[in-house]
Design a protein around this ligand. Structure first.
Ligand code: PEP
Ligand code: MG
Length: 585
């Protein structure tokens, strides 16, 4: 039966595919397709791991002391039994043979199906057996680690290109897949950059949560904040993800499928039209030059930025190098990553932001300062505060960025500053990093220094910032969050997260005006910059530098080409003075 689930639209377009339910805790399990000729090998890999676990359990059982409680031995029997469970084994084989999932993916998929059945059981004893099954699965996964099959062949990875007509190929490995999860951390989201999925949806998250931001960078239709989607949707259900309306349609009827197939093709045509703008200079009708820059998370993302004609990287979120790993990257690893980004942009400037760890971008517990238990992580030890709390770590990053600057133009951007003392400490550590490199005779290059304006206190003390910095970059995602006291990642208050609130627009407008008056560079690198509905207003407020996901650049360029910046000035002031600015856009 067809039903729909509503959430928040975060990434445009229509995706149609079969649901793959991924539990948050399982996102770190490898997801890839195997070659059709390798299914027996994959099943064998699983069998070896299962036999090893069985042997392990049998050994423990043999070695149990005579006076060990009887329950312990009985529990091990249950584990041995679960290892032989027909539903588990036949299910896993199905995912490998029929869908070409790798063994780990097949195992966790089947586990999720059985776990739900356990959840629905009346009998408490049986319900609790879910924990045993989880332990058994965990053990098998542990044994399979390091014994991986080759990664998916490129031809199979390109499932993104599949469209409506491909649905006819039902039950073959070519069926497009959509990812459905309760939540996915930004770090785990990065794993899905391989375009294995054609769309995704999560139960939680706001429009500018970092998970949504990474999803947008994948350039696939996405919906977040869809509340109980991961409970309502079942493994393998057909789902339409409407990333424009923020709706999921489950088990669609043929008529609905046909309608969305049509919309999907319209979207593709629009995309092709926009592609014609790649080499068109970004000039307004009255000849104002506008800089359209890219936001990236990883050095390899520069390829996407170059392909749409970005004028440089306006925001490299370096924290993604630090997340999802048990040890922080050392100076050499960071230097190579930054250098790769710099070289990837072929002489165009790259703005590297120092780490913005904390809040919804935690690092692995093993890698350092965990954030567990903080009542208000967004107001806690985040971004520059985290860096200044650990000078050796910060110096390591500063040295790596300075060294990368020897290979091309680099801007160094500092997030979340609010206090003069933080600014002075940062500058002094930067001097220190340079002195360390001088002492060791290591080459480094010059950097332009920028500060993010993302705390209202910063936007209200611009003169202080402009005394120390070469340029400012407005982080509207956090500026909105902190101005309106709305958690950007909380779907329950998403309706109050308003980029057009007069207070937000006032802070943005004043920052642009003050920088322009002092001849300092200013750009917007929050999601507002990539929203083509806001382009005219920002141009009217005097903004000439926008940084956004590469996938948004051409739509924004189209707005720039159609705009007369001079004429927009007066209108922008009217919008600014209005109590309901959104109604004038
Ligand atoms: C912002 O806050 O607008 C920004 C660009 O930084 P991030 O989204 O990474 O917090
Ligand atoms: Mg921010």
């Amino acid at each position: 039966m067809t039903f729909s689930v509503h959430g928040l639209a975060v990434s445009r377009g229509i995706a149609i595919g079969r649901a793959v339910l991924v539990a948050s805790s399982r996102a770190d399990v490898a997801h890839y397709f195997i070659q059709a000729t390798k299914t027996a090998e994959e099943i064998q890999r699983l069998r070896v791991a299962r036999d090893a676990v069985a042997e392990e359990i049998a050994r423990v059982q043999r070695d149990l002391p005579k006076d060990a409680p009887h329950e312990l031995s009985a529990l091990l029997d249950v584990h041995l039994m679960l290892l032989q469970d027909e539903q588990l084994i036949s299910g896993v084989k199905h995912w490998i043979n029929d869908r070409l999932y790798n063994a780990e993916w097949a195992l966790t998929t089947q586990y999720e199906i059985i776990a739900r059945q356990f959840d629905d059981m009346e009998d408490e004893y049986l319900r609790e057996r879910k924990a045993d099954l989880e332990q058994v699965v965990e053990r098998i996964l542990g044994h399979m680690k390091g014994v991986a099959s080759p990664v998916l062949p490129a031809a199979v990875a390109g499932s993104r290109a599949l469209r409506q007509q491909d649905l006819l190929l039902d039950d073959t490995m070519d069926v497009p897949l959509v990812l459905i999860a309760h939540d996915i951390s930004p770090a785990d989201m990065l794993q899905f950059k391989q375009s294995l999925f054609v769309g995704f949806a999560t139960d939680v998250g706001g429009k500018t949560s970092h998970t949504a931001i990474v999803a947008r960078s994948l350039d696939i239709p996405a919906v977040v904040g869809a509340r109980s989607a991961s409970q309502l949707i079942e493994q393998d259900d057909w789902v339409i993800i409407d990333g424009d309306a923020g709706v999921l349609i489950v088990d669609p009827s043929p008529i609905i499928l046909a309608e969305y197939g049509f919309k999907q093709r319209q979207g593709e045509l629009e995309r092709q039209r926009l592609n014609r703008l790649i080499h068109t200079p970004a000039l307004t009708l009255d000849g104002q030059k506008v800089e359209l820059l890219a936001n990236i998370e990883m050095p390899d993302d520069t390829a996407g930025a170059v392909s749409v004609g970005a004028a440089g990287v306006g925001l490299f979120r370096s924290e993604f190098l630090f997340m999802g790993r048990s040890k922080l990257p050392d100076e050499q690893e960071q230097y190579l990553a930054y250098r790769k980004a710099v070289e990837g942009m072929n002489g165009l400037p790259v703005t590297i932001r120092t780490v913005d760890i904390g809040s919804d971008k935690p690092i692995d517990k093993l890698a350092g300062r965990a954030q567990d238990g903080q009542l208000n992580p967004a107001l806690g030890l985040r971004a520059i505060r985290w860096s200044l709390a650990d000078p050796p770590m910060f110096l390591t990053q500063l040295r790596a960025i300075l060294r990368a600057a020897a290979h091309g133009p680099v801007n160094l951007l500092v997030p979340m500053l609010a206090h003069g003392s933080e600014i002075r400490q940062t500058l002094s550590l930067l001097d220190h990093a340079r002195a360390e490199l001088d002492n060791k005779g290591i080459a480094y290059g010059p950097v332009q220094l920028g500060a993010m304006i993302e705390i209202p206190a910063a936007a209200l003390t611009l003169k202080l910032f402009l005394r120390y910095f070469d340029f400012l970059s407005i982080g509207t995602n956090d500026l909105i969050q902190y101005t309106l006291a709305i958690d950007r990642a909380d779907e329950a208050v998403a309706h109050l997260y308003d980029p057009c609130h007069p207070a937000v627009l006032r802070l943005v407008a004043d920052t642009i005006a003050e920088c322009n008056a002092q001849g300092k560079g200013v750009s917007v690198c929050g999601e507002m910059a990539g929203d083509s509905g806001m382009t005219r207003l920002l141009l009217g407020l005097g903004l000439r530098s926008f940084s956004m996901h590469p996938s948004q650049i051409l739509a924004v360029k189209q707005q720039v080409l159609r705009a007369d910046a001079g004429k927009l000035q007066r209108w922008a002031q009217e919008v600014l003075a209005s109590e309901e600015p959104a109604s004038l856009l």
